[in-house]
Design a protein around this ligand. Structure first.
Ligand code: HEM
Length: 208
């Protein structure tokens, strides 16, 4: 966030554009793993440990960074505003979120291309409409929503991912408003996870 603020101050303009997809991969790498992959490799010499780190690095970074690529909130300004109101109410204006706030931040970004998550029999006729509040209502279906998988191989990092995503999102929407840049080209690409092929350029404006 200090880097973003410095960006605004250096240009002496209230807004700036950058590729959030690229930026979040770097941020999640550093917050989760303390360094980048090559630095981690110097520390762990045992091949087995290196392999485990690779799994955690790929499984933890790709997914969470993509979740944070806030294109959806950039496209749905009404939900971005609701998320900002929630952050102001729960965390206080211009304050960083703390552990006690996390359970009260309900407008997160669970998104997935899994067909079950768009099944009208489970989610109703508006299953394809972006509405984060739909997850507040219980569904009469055991496997109605499973972005982290199910059963014995369920994602070990799901709590970390949700905490990371909530903190990052609360910090961003609390300080900035953002829209999708005209330079963004919509080209979703499936490469293990769903990714924006040409990046996700957004325009950020600091709140006064
Ligand atoms: C939004 C974020 C995330 C999503 C959507 C996600 C999703 C998933 C899914 C669907 C699986 C497969 C479960 C199965 O095999 O049935 C999985 C496995 C796994 N995840 Fe996550 N994950 C996320 C974040 C993380 C994080 C932050 C970490 C760790 C830092 C992590 C570590 C792992 C590991 C180690 C596995 C098991 C891989 C294996 O042994 O095959 N994940 N995740």
């Amino acid at each position: 966030m200090a880097k973003w603020d410095a960006n605004i101050e250096a240009r002496n303009k209230p807004e700036f554009e950058f590729d959030v997809h690229k930026e979040f991969h770097d941020i999640i790498s550093r917050t989760t793993f303390g360094s980048n992959f090559s630095k981690g490799k110097q520390i762990f010499e045992l091949q087995e440990i290196v392999d485990e780190c690779k799994t955690f690095y790929i499984a933890g970074k790709e997914t969470t960074a993509n979740l944070l690529t806030c294109l959806i909130l950039g496209l749905h300004q009404e939900w971005q505003n609701k998320a900002r109101e929630e952050v102001d109410r729960v965390c206080g204006q211009h304050a960083f979120p703390c552990a006690d706030n996390l359970a009260d931040l309900k407008i997160t970004l669970p998104s997935s291309s899994n067909a079950v998550h768009h099944d009208v029999r489970i989610w109703g006729e508006d299953a394809n409409v972006f509405n984060p509040m739909r997850f507040l209502e219980p569904r009469n279906h055991l496997a109605s929503f499973f972005p982290f998988g199910l059963g014995p191989q369920i994602c070990v990092g799901q709590n970390l991912a949700i905490v990371e995503a909530k903190i990052a999102l609360a910090m961003i929407v609390g300080r900035y408003s953002f829209v999708v840049s005209p330079s963004y080209v919509h080209a979703p690409m499936k490469l293990l996870t769903m990714q924006p092929q040409y990046g996700a350029q957004m325009i950020f404006k600091r709140r006064s």
